[in-house]
Design a protein around this ligand. Sequence first.
Ligand code: SF4
Length: 246
Amino acid sequence: MLKSELSDVNLHMEDAHPSEILEWVDRRFGDRAAQLSSFGLEDMALFDMYWRLNPKARVMTLDTLRLPTETYTLLDQTALRYGARIETFYPQMDAVIGMVDSGGFNLFYKSVENRKTCCGVRKVEPLNRALSGVDAWVTGLRRDQGMERGRIDIIEWNEEHSNYKVNPLANWTFEQVRAYVEEYDVPYNELHDKGYPSIGCAPCTRAIDPGEDLRAGRWWWESDPSAKECGLHVVSSAKPNAASSA
Ligand code: SF4
């Protein structure tokens, strides 16, 4: 896709419903596209939309081996409800064992460096494997989640993985997502009803208080509020050139 074409598509998609954006993804990339889901509320709404367009829509997830029980329950519910095969990517066990041997099971509480090491082993490396097999990946990122996410485009060329990252919910609010989930009776993680707007690994996520930032419950013990990412969603700065695929 040419850079000018990407700009035109983004302009056109800016006012589009997320389903229209997913329809474009499905038409353009077919089974070379997949949703990357952490099974949060946004991801569940998106998967429901994607599945309505294409019952064989692909969904991938990263099992860090430290997820809350409620998330594993939702994975099972989703597979049953939609007849979906959830493509699950796990960390390399030798890397997990080496990390735990040297840092301990809960090494991430000891330093930011340790936390990044753990996210690297349990998330980023499996992500790289997952994304090496797709031309486009769909995320549930929203601009009003703030920080770097405030600058996302709906469709971005992802230089790091040489593919397209698509954010159909970029313009939606958390309330719109919740309304969709209620209207279509989409299964969701019961932790959302217990004060968790954002859900990651069990030891690194807590409920938030009213008025707190929606991502305040992630790595809450760290003092830097700009460090609420784990390396999965780095905003792309580069754009495709005329030689890029798709
Ligand atoms: S969120 Fe916590 S447990 Fe999960 S990979 Fe990152 S540091 Fe490790």
